[in-house]
Design a protein around this ligand. Structure first.
Ligand code: HQG
Length: 176
């Protein structure tokens, strides 16, 4: 499906490899829409697909600036950007979907951002199950976010509902 191809290219360019898309990201992760469209055209893709792809992305992965001239990924970067999502008090529990194979490491060293900037957490177990299922049979972990916040650990909330934190120590993690 073409929209999926556009979404994959945008993820790759805007999160991991702006060079591959001939793009420059500013400190907050924004690229010029014009440049992204030129790069899509170079890939043989109709650049008019950009706006509908952004609007229809199931996870609202990307955002356009108010004037429509800039675009960025809402999270998930491996390149250095400061997205500045607002520090927000989390609900008592947040959820993380993973797979069996990672559990031993997670329960010994905690949840780590791995190649991303943050650990990504979901507001509900269903969403976490979908995230985990990308890799195999999903295992759902419940994170005591409220207790973490009480101990001054910081959470940020992206505008698509994904919760971000630096690491989750094992004592706050429980398998459900
Ligand atoms: C695991 C997708 C070993 C972690 C999704 C996960 C989400 C550890 C993997 C978003 C570990 C990292 C994020 C440790 C964590 N030892 N493994 N200490 N700590 N892990 O993809 O949360 O399609 O970077 O459990 O839908 O899976 O990109 O994170 O399995 O919203 O928009 O290491 O990415 O959205 O994997 O997914 P990821 P994630 P997009």
């Amino acid at each position: 499906m073409m929209a999926q191809k556009v979404s994959k290219l945008l993820s790759y360019w805007l999160r991991h490899s702006p060079d591959a898309g001939n793009l420059t990201l500013d400190g907050s992760g924004w690229a010029k829409v014009e440049s992204v469209k030129a790069s899509l055209a170079r890939e043989g893709i109709d650049s008019a697909l950009l706006e509908p792809t952004v609007a229809e992305s199931d996870k609202q992965r990307f955002e356009l600036s108010d004037d429509g001239t800039r675009i960025r990924a809402r999270q998930g970067h491996s390149v250095s950007v400061d997205l500045s999502w607002p520090i927000t008090t989390p609900p008592e529990f947040l959820y993380h979907g993973t797979i069996e194979r990672f559990l031993e490491a997670i329960f010994s060293e905690g949840l780590k951002p791995m190649t991303r900037h943050h650990v990504h957490l979901s507001p509900d177990a269903e969403t976490a199950a979908r995230v985990g299922a990308r890799r195999g049979p999903a295992v759902i972990l419940r994170v005591a976010a409220g207790r973490m916040a009480n101990q001054s650990l910081i959470f940020r909330l992206a505008s698509n509902g994904v919760w971000l934190t630096d690491t989750v120590p094992p004592r706050f993690i429980e398998q459900v």
